[in-house]
Structures are given as structure tokens and as C-alpha cells.
Write a protein of this length. Structure first.
Length: 268
């Protein structure tokens, strides 16, 4: 049985994660943990115990109400779900929960904008992607039910691990989606040399490759995905383009504004 963690801040936009999960990951082989995280806001110094207790009480009350909403809107998910109310840093708590529950992946909504709930959905998703040891699906507010036509795997020219190929292959088979490898080639890059080797490793999957030419990875990615209806897959490599990309605030903000549902696979 697959265990899926779905974080929520109880906002309308966080329901996008449940829409996506309902479209693709429901059935007797799935169970769900609906999680929310609360903590003292930065700078809070007075009456901390009283404030923490108030936040804890509010979080449990909101979770109870939300589970009724879930039962009404997504009964298949609600049927095998449990809730978790956690206190602490968002990324630490969700990462710890995924470890304790042996979760297979996390699905969460994203929105990069102003306002408390939007900040939670934007920066928290980004931080979780940095820290996660399990795959993370990041579902934007623009997501529309079942409009995904293919899997778009961003490829940096380096080798892909068996875990990455296996996970993408399972998604391709389960949802009958072709796989496209997408490579952004900048001026400093050499042409890809190992396409045949990568194609062989995907065995019987229908797979294609195309390249975009741009000054930077993020510019090339943004321009090429503008009109696509795909699941965008990125491999989180330490000490690589992803590590550099996510450490720059402008690029981090751009990632959270992509309109495609995104899957980030930690390299193992």
C-alpha cells in the first residue's frame, strides 16, 4: 500500500493537491495522511505559551472542519485518510513525518504570492523540495483536472539513477503517458552524447528527446513549457544546476510560478 502525505493550510488553493491526488492516486492501494503545521511566528516573544496553545487549538479545530470538507469533496481520499497536526518548522515536520510513516511521496499545493497562506504554500513548498528525501509533487493553482498529456523529464545530460527511471516508468505505465526528455542547452554546454544509452534504459517506454537553446536553464524551461500540458519532472541533484537554481531567490520564485504540476525526485 502506498502512503501519501498531503500538507494543507486549509486554504482553497491547497485543495489543488487533493484534486490532483483524486485524479491519479486513489484506490484500495493508497492511504493518506492529511497534515498541517503550526508554529510561533518569527518575532513573537510575549506570552509564548498562551500563543502556542491558541495556535494548537485553532489548528486542531480547523483540521476537524477540513476533514468534513474532504469527506464531501473527495470521499475516496477521506475513506482511508488520517490527520496529523504538527508543531515546528514546516519542512522539518513534513520531512520527519514522511520518514516516520514511511511515506512514498508528498503532494502539496503551491502559490507564490503575498499573504500568509500564499507564503506558506509558496516558500514552504520550495523549502520542502530542498529538504525532502521522498518525491514531492507540487501542484499549482492553475491545475485543471486530468489535463496532463505527457511526462516531461528535465534532463541535464548527466546519468539518471535506477530510482528515477523506475519512478518515472511506473507513472508512464500507470497513466499511459508518453515520456519526453527535455534538455536546455546553454552556450557553454556540449551537445548530448549519451541519448542512445538513456533511451535503452527506459526499455519499452515510448520516449522522445528535444532540446531548447537559451542563456539559462530557467529561461529555456519557462519558454518551452509555456503551451504544454505536462507533468514536469525535475531531479534534485546536490551540487548541480538544481542546487544552484534553488539557492537564488529569483529562480526560486520563478519555480513556484510555473503553471505545470511538478514532480521533484531526490537523487538516490
Amino acid at each position: 500500500m502506498k502512503t501519501i502525505i498531503i500538507p494543507t493550510d486549509f486554504s482553497e488553493n491547497s485543495l489543488k493537491a487533493f484534486e490532483f491526488t483524486n485524479d491519479f492516486f486513489t484506490g484500495e492501494n493508497f492511504k493518506y495522511i492529511v497534515a498541517t503545521v503550526y508554529d510561533i511566528p518569527r518575532g513573537g516573544t510575549s506570552s509564548l505559551f498562551s500563543l502556542m496553545e491558541q495556535l494548537r487549538k485553532q489548528s486542531f479545530e480547523e483540521m476537524e472542519k477540513f476533514m468534513f470538507v474532504l469527506k464531501d469533496k473527495f470521499p475516496k481520499i477521506h475513506a482511508t485518510s488520517e490527520s496529523a497536526v504538527l508543531q515546528g518548522g514546516f519542512s522539518d515536520q513534513i520531512t520527519g513525518l514522511s520518514h516516520d510513516k514511511k511515506a512514498d511521496f508528498v503532494v502539496m499545493g503551491t502559490k507564490g504570492a503575498s499573504g500568509m497562506k500564499e507564503v506558506l504554500l509558496g516558500s514552504n513548498a520550495s523549502n520542502l523540495i530542498d529538504d525532502a528525501t521522498v518525491p514531492v509533487f507540487a501542484i499549482p493553482q492553475e491545475y485543471r483536472c486530468k489535463n496532463i498529456q505527457n511526462i516531461l523529464l528535465s534532463y541535464d545530460g548527466k546519468g539518471l539513477t535506477e530510482n528515477t527511471i523506475s519512478f518515472v516508468g511506473v507513472l508512464s505505465r500507470a497513466f499511459k503517458l508518453p515520456i519526453s526528455l527535455f534538455h536546455v542547452r546553454t552556450k557553454a554546454d556540449q551537445p548530448m552524447q549519451n541519448w542512445g544509452e538513456i533511451e535503452d534504459r527506459f526499455n519499452d517506454h515510448h520516449i522522445s528527446l528535444y532540446e531548447a537553446f537559451s542563456d539559462t536553464f530557467e529561461e529555456g524551461l519557462r519558454s518551452e513549457i509555456a503551451d504544454l500540458n505536462s507533468l514536469l519532472v525535475l531531479v534534485s541533484r546536490k551540487k548541480s544546476f538544481w542546487d544552484r537554481l534553488m539557492k537564488r531567490s529569483d529562480s526560486k520564485k520563478a519555480i513556484m510560478h510555473f503553471h505545470l504540476p511538478m514532480l521533484v525526485l531526490p537523487e538516490k
